[in-house]
Design a protein around this ligand. Structure first.
Ligand SMILES: NC(=O)c1ccc[n+]([C@@H]2O[C@H](COP(=O)([O-])OP(=O)(O)OC[C@H]3O[C@@H](n4cnc5c(N)ncnc54)[C@H](O)[C@@H]3O)[C@@H](O)[C@H]2O)c1
Ligand SMILES: O=C(O)C(=O)C[C@@H](O)[C@H](O)[C@H](O)COP(=O)(O)O
Ligand SMILES: [Zn+2]
Length: 344
């Protein structure tokens, strides 16, 4: 993986990086929120540059938005020695990385994540992509950025709901790889005085997994715990105006459902599942899923990228702190896990 800088004083390093690499042009991809809250902090450190602005939110992580980005890249005459700086959350990072990866068969890009979710997860590991007809990350490529610059100060303007969404991926990292921190943190909920330390720990977990299996031949699938059901719930609710949930909120639902499946398969004890339930509900509200929603959600799990033929391969927990991947689950089992969630 390419260099990764974490700290509240890393913007001068970004400036040096951009100057030393002598890119032919620099374009900053941002949305209306990162233009307002993050760009002013970055601007003093930037050499001459252009802005490419898109609308915020998951609903815009689409091919249509990519077209507007590629058009602006074309109008700016970006060449293959230009760099795209993705200033934003996971939507900007995933879509900007994807647009850069395919523009003129590959343009340099840099991730400057500004949400907790993007700082602990999306900016690391080279998964880029967009949604297609509501299916999560259905189009994409693996492409590492030239560098990642994580400044926890950006979190100061992040809405609490977004902070919680990112926290779900941190909880996921503890559940799959760090039982000790899960045990400490489960009593304090979302509270921390030191985001930088939590970010460093989470990024370390993710980086170690990605380094071992960058293209998800096998082991990297542990990072997908909570996502078979989570993505299905997220996709389904994305298509219901007014009911949309954030990625991390959907992953929180998915972790409970997949935790329950782990328990049903004898991999997790009742007591461990109960700890996860109490922790998750100390941070997140219950997501309202009507009885009629369950079957269409289950059908969406058939699109999961870990599947082989018609088999849904879930990542499950073998105790808290250890994940096992490629665990076959059936559609009725997924539906039963959603019914369990509904009864909580
Ligand atoms: N590539 C990966 O490995 C990976 C990992 C996890 C999630 N993801 C993807 O990431 C996406 C979710 O990312 P997200 O949670 O960052 O959502 P997001 O990118 O939609 O950002 C959330 C909101 O916060 C705003 N925002 C960003 N930074 C801000 C700041 N500092 N202050 C105030 N507002 C700010 C954004 O404009 C947006 O409205 C999903 O599409 C998910 O699939 C990718
Ligand atoms: O980096 C990974 O690998 C992950 O699975 C991290 C997930 O948190 C993230 O949501 C990722 O984008 C999901 O990937 P997908 O292959 O299921 O689309
Ligand atoms: Zn995720």
């Amino acid at each position: 993986m390419n260099p990764l800088y974490i700290g509240t004083n890393i913007l001068p390093q970004l400036a040096d990086f951009l100057k030393n690499r002598a890119f032919s042009k620099i374009a900053i991809l941002l949305d209306e929120n990162t233009l307002l809250h993050c760009y002013p902090q970055l601007k003093p450190y930037l050499p001459a540059h252009h802005l490419i602005q898109i609308k915020s939110g998951e609903a815009h992580k689409t091919l249509a938005t990519c077209e507007t980005i590629w058009q602006q890249m074309t109008d700016l005459n970006l060449d293959r020695w230009s760099v795209l700086v993705n200033l934003g959350g996971g939507v900007i990072g995933d879509m900007g990385g994807f647009c850069a990866a395919v523009f003129k068969r590959g343009l340099y890009f840099v991730q400057v994540p500004t949400t907790l979710l993007a700082q602990v997860d999306a900016s690391v590991g080279g998964k880029t992509g967009i949604d297609f007809h509501g299916l999560k990350n259905h189009l994409g490529v693996y492409k590492e950025p030239q560098a990642v610059f994580i400044n926890p100060d950006f979190l100061k303007t992040l809405p609490q709901r977004e902070l919680k969404s990112g926290y779900a991926e941190i909880i996921k990292h503890w559940l799959i790889a760090d039982a000790a921190t899960f045990e400490q943190q489960r009593f304090v909920g979302l509270f921390t005085e030191n985001w930088e330390q939590l970010i460093r720990q989470s990024v370390t977990i993710k980086s170690e997994v990605v380094s071992a299996d960058p293209l998800e031949g096998g082991y990297r699938k542990v990072l997908n715990f909570g996502h078979t059901v989570g993505h299905a719930v997220e996709s389904y609710l994305l298509a219901k105006p007014g009911s949309e949930v954030l990625h991390g909120e959907a992953v929180a639902v998915g972790m409970l459902c997949e935790g329950w499946l782990s328990k049903e398969k004898g991999l997790l004890t009742e007591e461990e599942l109960s700890k996860i339930e109490v922790f998750i509900f100390s941070v997140y509200d219950k997501v309202n899923l009507a009885f009629d929603d369950l079957k269409p959600i289950v059908q969406l799990a058939l699109q999961d990228k870990k599947n082989t033929n018609a088999t849904i391969n879930c990542t499950l927990l073998q105790g808290i702190g250890k994940a096992v991947y490629d665990q076959p689950v059936t559609l009725p089992e997924i539906e039963a896990s959603l019914r369990y969630y509904n009864l909580l």
